[in-house]
Design a protein around this ligand. Structure first.
Ligand code: CO8
Length: 260
């Protein structure tokens, strides 16, 4: 698929996907949703990519939400179809075997915050504003926000955000556990690349298995989650990376992981 609304640059195994519609504050229309879905599947299949970063073009916004101008005249069938395509793209991020980091460089509103919530964690610029303003438009979150936000920050804080549509500053978002780290705007990408490089240097199979255990474990009773963790842990002893990582420790040298 031709990517008209995304820029993708891969360096040292880290792919940075930039949503590039700054004239509309990177709002998610049908084309952006389809391109993201297609690009993420391609990055998942690309053995050279170990970590994916999603960010927005321009100074102002990560993503200011679903495209309100496109949604304005939708009927229920079109609204449902738009939500389904959006949820499919969101699930594609959540189900990626590779870590995905959201670099929230400005407004992350509505579908934009829901996109960031689907990532494994969020780093934000000091200028970022995060919120779910859908009720101010007479709708409600439809890209997983009612499910992912309460799981992350608890139901009471999530309901306050969703019912009021209020925007959190980056500092408040960090205090509430929505954002892992806040950086000055000009340092955001450097900080994101620093943590992405640390992740990319580790055994990719171990990172991927850990992501799988955390994500699936959240939907399981703890006993089942622990059983699942044990099974996934055991499988890693079938990998070259496990032998290499442990041998390197014993031989007091850096490990050279191959992701096998
Ligand atoms: N959709 C379409 N265009 C947008 C959007 C958007 N979400 N946000 C901004 N734009 C456009 C503006 O219309 C404007 O374009 P133009 O110059 O042609 O009028 C341009 O971007 C710049 O925006 P502003 O002039 O408004 O910039 P300000 O700095 O004054 O304000 C704000 C910035 C506060 C971010 C403001 O633009 C705003 O409030 N935007 C809308 C935020 C919002 O409500 N987002 C939620 C949308 S609904 C949603 O995300 C639901 C998704 C899930 C649904 C799934 C099921 C369908």
């Amino acid at each position: 698929m031709e990517l008209k609304n995304l820029l993708i640059e891969t360096t040292d195994g880290i792919a940075v996907v930039t949503i590039n519609r700054p004239q509309s504050l990177n709002a998610l229309n049908s084309d952006v949703v389809a391109e993201l879905d297609s690009a993420l599947h391609a990055l998942e299949a690309d053995a050279g990519v170990k970590v994916v970063v999603i960010t927005g073009a321009g100074e102002k916004a990560f993503v200011a939400g679903g495209d309100i101008k496109e949604m304005l005249d939708m009927d229920p069938a079109a609204g449902r179809a738009f939500a389904q395509r959006g949820q499919q793209m969101i699930r594609a991020i959540e189900q990626m075997k590779k870590p995905v980091i959201a670099a929230v460089n400005g407004y992350a509103l509505g579908g934009g915050l829901e996109l960031a919530l689907a990532c494994d964690f969020i780093y934000a610029s000091e200028k970022a504003k995060l919120g779910l303003p859908e009720v101010t438009l007479g709708i409600m979150p439809g890209f997983g926000g009612t499910q992912n936000l309460p799981r992350l920050i608890g139901p009471n804080r999530a309901k306050e955000m969703i019912f009021s549509g209020k925007q959190l500053t980056a500092g408040q978002a960090r205090e509430w556990g929505l954002v892992n780290e806040v950086a000055p705007a000009e340092e955001l990408m450097a900080r994101v690349m620093e943590i992405a490089k640390r992740i990319a240097a580790n055994g990719a199979l171990g990172v991927s298995a850990a992501k799988d255990a955390v994500s699936h474990g959240l939907d399981m009773a703890k006993e089942d989650g622990l059983r699942y963790e044990g099974a996934v842990f055991g499988l890693l002893f079938n990998s070259e990376d496990q032998k290499e990582g442990m041998r390197a420790f014993v031989e007091k040298r850096p490990a050279e992981f191959k992701g096998k």
